[in-house]
Design a protein around this ligand. Structure first.
Ligand code: SAM
Ligand code: SF4
Ligand code: F3S
Length: 487
């Protein structure tokens, strides 16, 4: 690696010329392809051998899907990928802003790069994702993290070639953080983390503005991909041997409402189900206020759609739900669950819950516990409320201490463990079709997932990874099942 400084002053005549050309280029996908070609030349000259990129994504599956596109673009520029920041020529963190803890981890990891960068000035440090869309964060990076070369937001991922080129060859650090999302850019290359499980974004953004949530501020308004673009990606995944395809959106039931000819999500599901091949379809997330009977009927009808519904309820108390701006009641939620189970008796349900929302009392929290008991979820994602600057909930009086919320949180997770354990006991002796995902915790064991998203471990050889097998449950714990393969 050379001793140049990204964003520094060591451009040679050829590179200065390239940069001047680059500034005149358009920002379309075609324009980006030209930057990619330029980067090939620049990276080759700068790093000699193949440049290495360390890319780490925090947050939800939507962010993971963005990270896979980022890797796709980097691969086209000539980067290979490394699992450690040591010796990486590019370190890129794709960040999440949903809770304070997620942000703290990013600041910790980025801070740790300061000395590394001092020792290897040629390393490029880049930050992107939801956290960067918050002006206070971008300002902090600008002021206190001078070794960060490139910061870009959630709406300009497709412009990575141009932005990285500017960071490498320009004289200034690059901050590209527009507030507005443009139209969806199709056709980006993708390097997926798995060769048999894939995330397929069907829409971006969120219009719901739940009072605690930062996502609508950092991801913009809902934008749906065209049906044909989704179907084309789904078909190519199936052709490439993918067995488990998860359709992604913050609120998939809003899919298609913004298209010129609106298309309901239920119809999209039916069209993907009609693609020939042996694969499973999952989707997340569904918002209870828009989760229709039409969708549940489509799930029930479509044999490839996993009978697993992730339906976050957040709180079991009507007053708290109202303050959260969730726009459904406990009873409406329970009614949906009743209908879903009527049309899909084997349905596995999972959910998200927030503990300690401002103004939640211990009495109100009891309604969350009773709902968990009543529904019997397969698993729960539980979170202690984290105030997010700029959201209405961050300004609400919040008298309950962190310690107290911690006690409620443990009460909830203990209850869920009992509920899941009791539910799983009923699965003993049952046979499931399982997608083998990788090695289990102990040598000789494989780990896979049932249609209902339960993890099951069983003896077997690595050659089965990525395949469907039949497994009978022989042991049932709260978080995991154990079993034996059957032919
Ligand atoms: N769009 C999905 C929905 O509405 O169900 C959820 C998306 S959000 C990325 C995932 C989960 O994070 C939410 O369901 C909620 O439980 C949790 N969450 C969001 N904001 C939070 C906050 N400020 N504090 C604690 N948990 C939060
Ligand atoms: Fe956040 Fe609510 Fe949108 Fe989900 S639906 S992303 S919780 S605002
Ligand atoms: Fe986090 Fe952004 Fe997803 S805030 S949860 S990465 S949409």
């Amino acid at each position: 690696m050379g001793d140049f400084t990204p964003c520094g002053d060591r451009l040679n005549a050829e590179e200065t010329g390239l940069l001047q050309n680059a500034e005149k280029m358009d920002l379309s996908v075609k324009g980006q392809a030209e930057y990619t070609a330029l980067l090939h030349t620049v990276l080759g000259a700068r790093y000699g051998s193949t440049p290495r990129a360390f890319v780490h994504t925090y947050g939800c599956q939507g962010n993971v899907a963005d990270g896979e596109r980022i890797k796709g673009m980097l691969a086209e520029m000539g980067y290979t990928f490394t699992d450690t920041v040591e010796n990486a020529d590019l370190v890129l963190y794709n960040t999440c802003a949903v809770r304070e803890h997620a942000e703290d981890r990013v600041f910790g990891n980025v801070g740790a790069l300061k000395n590394r960068k001092a020792a290897r000035p040629g390393m490029v440090v880049a930050l992107c994702g939801c956290m960067m869309q918050q002006p206070r964060v971008a300002e902090k990076i600008r002021r206190s993290y001078s070794f960060v070369d490139l910061v870009f937001g959630t709406h300009v991922i497709h412009r990575l070639p141009e932005l990285l080129y500017r960071a490498l060859c320009g004289r200034n650090r690059v901050f590209e953080l527009p507030d507005e999302a443009g139209s969806i850019t199709e056709g980006l290359p993708v390097v997926r983390d798995s060769s048999f499980k894939a995330f397929l974004p069907v829409m971006y953004g969120c219009n719901n503005f739940c009072s605690y949530c930062i996502v609508p501020y950092v991801r913009g308004r809902e934008r749906s991909r065209m049906v044909e673009a989704v179907l084309e990606e789904a078909r190519s995944l199936v052709e490439a041997g993918y067995r488990d395809i998860t359709l992604l959106g913050q609120n998939v039931n809003s899919y298609g409402k913004d298209l010129e000819t609106p298309v309901p999500f239920a119809q999209l599901l039916r069209e993907i189900n009609a693609i020939p091949g042996d694969f499973r379809i999952r989707f997340m997330t569904s918002h209870p206020k828009d989760c229709t009977r039409e969708l549940l009927d489509a799930m029930a009808d479509c044999e490839k759609v996993a009978k697993h519904l992730h339906l976050p309820f957040q709180s079991g108390n009507d007053r708290v739900l109202k303050e959260m701006n969730r726009r459904y009641t406990r009873e409406q939620y329970l009614e949906l669950i009743r209908y879903a189970r009527q049309v899909m008796p084997e349905l596995s349900l999972t959910s998200d819950v927030i503990v300690g929302f401002p103004g939640e009392t211990y009495e109100a929290f009891q309604d969350t516990l009773s709902l968990v008991e009543e529904v019997g979820f397969t698993s729960l994602f539980t979170f202690i409320f984290s105030p997010r600057e700029g959201t209405p909930a961050a300004k609400m009086p919040d008298p309950v201490s962190r310690e107290e919320k911690g006690r409620w949180f443990r009460e909830l997770t203990d209850l869920q463990e009992r509920v899941a354990s009791a539910r799983n006991q009923k699965l003993l002796g049952k046979r499931f079709r399982v997608l083998v995902e990788g090695p289990g915790k102990k040598a000789g064991l494989l780990a896979g997932r049932t249609e209902g998203n339960l993890v099951i471990e069983f003896p077997g050889g690595d050659s089965l990874i990525g395949e469907f097998v039949e497994v009978v449950v022989t042991e049932a714990l709260a978080w995991i099942l154990r079993g034996q393969m059957e032919l």
